[in-house]
Design a protein around this ligand. Structure first.
Ligand code: RAM
Length: 506
């Protein structure tokens, strides 16, 4: 279902992107280094001075010194002998070295190989100036000369026009009296900046689109950093504009390509439309947008109440995302998400002075279902299949229906439990931090941030990634780590938590 009024409103909040020209800093080589992330080290070869000479078979790796999102421009010419046959170059962009050194031919991941960031270009005549029209997300650029001709060519100039909706200097300043947290905050803010484009993209390398689970965390963080409020509104209206036939909000929107949405869903993501609206109304006190979008929020709750929480069987097959943890049984966590959203929806309803009684009785009904999964023996929530996970406990706590002492006990019990399913993404880690803050364990939450995101800093990330498992640095939800995104918005929330922590304590 396409709502043109909301779509036009969304487009009314479209703003031109800011552009910045960046040049490569140095030429590097990659080599095996067991002490480095994914066991690859980048070694400095020389400064990047033009011209750079290229003969047939040559290969160079340019290091831009930081993560960038943009369009590459290159000027080429021949040296001495005229180019009597076309020059062929392969451009391979990488956010991290592993992406550059794995050959595209060896790729057998579950996502389409079109995401691999490389392209071949032929130039029939030199001199030539060319701009690659695909936008890339990268720190490194490898250029291979593929043709077999004997003539020599040179790169006279190469630069990238980088784009973002915001610039680092417009981020709200914050005094963070801890060096590691300051570094984490900086990288988190940079991650968010790289993902703020025409919409809040989940990742500028992939999927380059507006996902609602990602949007929620981006918007929360943006409200305390860049305050790019027009972009938040643009994205809220885009989701409102694109619902499925059953009125469910799509999990992601392709803003520039009709029909804008794919034909499937994640129930937790659709419910998070309510959370996005709730957060925004909390921040802005904007009652007009609440009145306008309330019905969409209500439809999410109604659909889920009827179709998912009708019976235990439908909950089990509900189609929740929750986390990329392999073989995760999501039913208990899914119930927790629903209860969490119901509370926010009740508050929105009361803001409008409407009757929220039915929402509270729905909460009571769902709370009973949740508690039917509680096992006295283990002192934990356990799924019908017998699975114990961090996710179930965290979402049970966030549901707001477990009292304080019992929540603390749940955390102690899950820490002590061997072989529980663990958190695999910075996205799910955000909700763990939220649970700790909710229980007034802010200091512990900050320690978790230092531990988990601190390890990402140690691993040398310029931005924070989509998945990070300190025990397995080539883990990938798609069976191929080169397709992972190393700048992923849902990992930017330390900037939100750190800022909240210090503004409260100051
Ligand atoms: C991946 C994307 C996106 C996320 C979905 C569920 O495909 O990385 O960020 O929201 O998973």
């Amino acid at each position: 279902l396409f709502n043109k009024t909301f779509f036009d409103k969304a487009n009314g909040f479209k703003r031109p992107l800011l552009e910045k020209r960046v040049i490569p800093k140095s030429i590097v080589s990659f080599g095996k280094d067991n002490s480095k992330f994914q066991k690859i080290g980048a070694n400095h070869v020389s400064k990047c001075d033009f011209p750079i000479i290229l003969n047939s078979g040559d290969s160079i790796i340019l290091d831009f010194g930081d993560h960038n999102v943009g369009y590459c421009n290159i000027a080429l010419n021949f040296v001495g002998q005229i180019t009597d046959s076309p020059l062929k170059l392969r451009f391979t962009f990488g956010e991290f070295p592993y992406e550059i050194i794995t050959s595209p031919e060896s790729y057998n991941g579950t996502l389409g190989n079109g995401w691999l960031q490389y392209e071949d270009r032929a130039m029939a005549f030199l001199p030539a100036v060319c701009r690659l029209d695909r936008r890339y997300s990268f720190r490194y650029l490898k250029i291979d000369r593929l043709d077999t001709a004997k003539y020599t060519v040179k790169i006279d100039d190469l630069f990238c026009d980088c784009c973002s909706a915001v610039e680092m200097s417009s981020c709200v300043e914050m005094n963070i009296p801890d060096a590691l947290l300051e570094k984490i905050d900086h990288i988190a803010v940079k991650t968010l900046k790289e993902c703020e484009q025409d919409v809040f993209e989940d990742g500028p390398k992939r999927d380059r689109r507006l996902w609602i689970g990602d949007l929620r965390l981006q918007a929360l963080t943006d409200m305390v950093t860049f305050k790019n409020i027009d972009l938040i509104k643009r994205c809220l209206y885009l989701f409102a504009a694109c619902t499925m036939e059953n009125d469910v909000v799509a999990p992601c929107v392709f803003p520039d390509s009709p029909p804008y949405v794919d034909n499937w869903g994640f129930i937790d993501y659709s419910l998070f439309f309510v959370s996005c609206l709730y957060d925004y109304v909390q921040y802005s006190k904007d009652m007009d947008i609440l009145k306008e979008l309330y019905l969409i929020a209500q439809k999410q709750v109604e659909y889920v109440s009827r179709n998912i929480f009708g019976s235990k069987e439908t909950i089990k097959n509900g189609g929740f995302f929750i986390d990329w943890c392999p073989d995760l049984d999501k039913e208990v966590a899914g119930i927790g998400v629903y209860l969490y959203v119901l509370e926010q929806f009740a508050q929105l309803t009361e803001h409008l002075s409407r009757d929220a009684k039915w929402i509270y009785s729905e909460k009571e009904r769902i709370k009973e279902i949740l508690f039917s999964f509680y096992s006295e023996n283990e002192g934990l929530f356990i799924t019908a299949s017998g699975q114990v996970s961090w996710h179930s406990q965290i979402w049970a706590i966030l549901s707001g229906t477990v009292d304080y002492e019992d929540s603390i006990q749940l955390l102690q019990n899950i820490k002590a439990f061997k072989n529980a399913k663990t958190i695999h993404t910075p996205y799910m880690m955000h909700f763990y931090i939220e649970a700790l803050f909710m229980l007034n364990l802010q200091d512990e939450a900050i320690e978790v941030i230092k531990e988990y995101w601190g390890k990402m800093c140690d691993a040398g990330f310029d931005c924070f990634p989509e998945v990070f498992n300190p025990e397995d640095d080539i883990e990938s939800p798609y069976g191929a780590a080169q397709i992972n995104s190393a700048c992923h918005a849902w990992s930017c929330t330390p900037a939100y938590w750190i800022r909240r922590y210090y503004s409260k304590n100051l």
